[in-house]
Design a protein around this ligand. Structure first.
Ligand SMILES: [Zn+2]
Length: 312
């Protein structure tokens, strides 16, 4: 597996050439939250797991033992929590969330936390995600601040490294994707279902967001794709944080795209191009039809390279 470090992007001369031309105030992307409108939640069967879409992010539900209740992965926006929980009850045939796992702290992933925790559910997340949720934090993903959540919504169990756990006889391989989309990203792989839930670094039909205010950076994103690509086979079901479900073949293609981006950026910096020149040259142009306008992604990617030290 390759590992991307800041040094692999930026030689000394490139740092000088690149950073000097990066100007202008950063404007956080607009974030449409708290729009209290009826929501349509679309359910898709992924074998034993069920995918719920429409409440803010992709949510996966897996039925547990009848007396325990279900496993839920990510929990939508708070404004849609009633609708999402209702859909989850119907999808699982169970009326209780036994365990909720947050792949990261963003509002789209943690909106049912307080309701689930108040009803006695267990909440699991990376330790950094817990820290974000215990505070009032700014983000590149939304305007203003989010949190702290009420105590009931704070994860009671935290993970720091890679490992395995079980839910209702189902093995779950999990891991941390450091400094990628945020600095608290988890992925979850279910070997029995050959299903990978990627968390924030992977989106389909749109560029992923780098939350550079909360630890995300382009090298971490590339490392995340390397790690995830090692897990999948061609037909693995891949559930991104946002967008349609895809498969292992496409995930590997995405990994290759980001790997090529790294090579191109390094080459362009080495020949002395500044950031403005690189944005104008747009190394991702050929992918715009599949992922949309590249400007925001490239801006955050390049800003992330100029920020203070991030652990490699
Ligand atoms: Zn996110």
């Amino acid at each position: 597996m390759k590992h991307y470090s800041r040094r692999s992007f930026l030689g000394d001369s490139a740092v000088a050439a690149g950073i000097a031309t990066l100007g202008g105030a950063f404007i956080a992307p607009a974030f449409a939250q708290q729009v209290a409108a009826p929501v349509e939640i679309i359910r898709t069967d992924l074998g034993y797991a069920k995918l719920l879409q429409g409440a803010g992010c992709n949510v996966v539900v897996i039925p547990g033992k009848p007396e325990d209740g279900m496993l839920m992965i990510d929990s939508g926006l708070a404004v849609h929590s009633d609708a999402l929980l209702q859909a989850a009850y119907e999808a699982s045939g169970q009326n209780k969330v036994h365990t909720l796992i947050n792949t990261h702290f963003h509002p789209e992933q943690t909106g049912c936390n307080e309701a689930v925790g108040a009803a006695g559910g267990r909440i699991i997340a990376h330790a950094n995600t817990k820290m974000y949720l215990q505070n009032s934090v700014m983000s590149s993903a939304y305007e203003g601040r989010y949190g702290p959540l009420a105590d009931a919504g704070i994860p009671g169990q935290t993970l720091r490294e890679d490992g395995r756990m079980k839910f209702a006889g189902q093995e779950i391989v999990y891991g941390w994707l450091p400094a990628a989309h945020t600095d608290g990203d988890l992925f979850l792989y279910f070997p029995m279902l050959d299903t990978l839930i990627t968390g924030g670094p992977v989106t389909t039909g749109q560029w992923p967001l780098l939350d550079i205010r909360q630890g995300g950076w382009i090298g971490g994103l590339l490392n995340a794709y390397e790690k995830l690509a090692d897990i999948v086979s061609a037909d693995t079901v891949v559930v991104p944080a946002h967008g349609p479900v895809t498969n292992g073949t496409t995930l590997i293609r995405m990994r290759n795209m980001y790997s090529e981006l790294h090579l191109t950026l390094a080459e362009q910096l080495n020949i002395g191009m500044g950031w403005d020149d690189i944005v104008a040259a747009n190394p991702l142009k050929q992918y715009e039809a599949s992922y949309g306008d590249t400007a925001k992604f490239l801006e955050l990617a390049m800003r992330s390279m100029t920020m203070a030290y991030v652990p490699d």
